[in-house]
Design a protein around this ligand. Structure first.
Ligand code: AKG
Length: 260
């Protein structure tokens, strides 16, 4: 598989630049996927137990350092590479990360996002804002790994193609950064239409086979879709950043489940 990545990395990187994302079938071996799933399931279940009936709102400001409810029924539990028992630089996606962010790319976050049966689709959002009015290359890249087969019914991630080039609030005064970043019902690809860019970005979502990965630019408009299946949907994620970039929007919770 490493060989396949090397062979296709040029077209993957081109797609990442033009569309803002690329889906890579069966990138992870079944052994690696099983390991990520087993660690995620254990840690997420311990954390949910610890959370118990404590009130928790939506978004990281309302969450805990150990768990955030990203949207109703969609739980984000941070897990470090050490807890996953992996060397993230040995992972099959690492060559793509360094090709975009440089050899000094840094791990920013990792964990698992689990959406429960019946959870609705999220509001469209970006994960971090543009840094300058001109279009710069990506400052952060995410990898989502399907820990089980995820049919469309289970709500994979939906992305607005090419929108990473159009979510720049520093270039487009009609965009409000908080509205792009946080769950806001009015945020949608349609708001990216301007006099210069008159078409609404096309939206894409695909079923993911177990071990498949979605790689995407942090600035792309995306959302998790509704889980209409009977099983919980688990996606492991690894987020990387350019050396020196300080992410400030992903985990804003200041409280811990382990404080009295
Ligand atoms: O659940 C998903 O597919 C996407 C989750 C996400 O983008 C988020 O919570 O920020």
């Amino acid at each position: 598989m490493q060989h396949a990545i090397q062979q296709h990395s040029k077209s993957i990187l081109q797609q990442l630049q033009s569309d803002g994302f690329s889906q890579l079938s069966n990138l992870c071996s079944s052994t690696l996927t099983a390991q990520l799933l087993s660690v995620s399931s254990k840690i997420a279940s311990d954390v949910r137990q610890r959370l118990g009936k404590r009130p928790i709102g939506i978004g990281s400001r309302s969450g805990y350092r150990e768990i955030v409810q990203r949207s109703p029924g969609r739980w984000d539990v941070p897990i470090t590479p050490e807890q996953f028992a992996i060397d993230h630089k040995q992972m099959p996606w690492w060559p793509l990360i360094t090709a975009v962010l440089g050899q000094s790319a840094e791990h920013a976050f990792s964990g698992v996002v689990s959406s429960e049966p019946g959870s609705k689709e999220q509001c469209w959002h970006i994960d971090s804002p543009h840094e300058a009015a001109e279009h710069l290359s990506a400052h952060a890249i995410n990898i989502f790994i399907a820990l089980t087969h995820i049919p469309l019914l289970m709500g994979p991630t939906e992305l607005a193609r090419g929108s990473h080039q159009r979510t720049n609030h520093l270039a487009n005064q009609t965009l409000a950064v908080d509205q792009l970043l946080y769950q806001h019902a009015d945020t949608s690809p349609g708001m990216l239409v301007t006099a210069k860019e008159q078409t609404t970005p096309e939206t894409r979502s695909s079923a993911m086979s177990e071990g498949s990965c979605l790689i995407f630019d942090d600035r792309i408009m995306h959302r998790g879709l509704a889980n209409q299946a009977h099983q919980t949907r688990h996606i492991a994620y690894f987020s990387y950043k350019r050396q020196g970039y300080l992410p400030y929007t992903h985990f804003e919770s200041t409280r811990s489940l382990f404080e009295s």
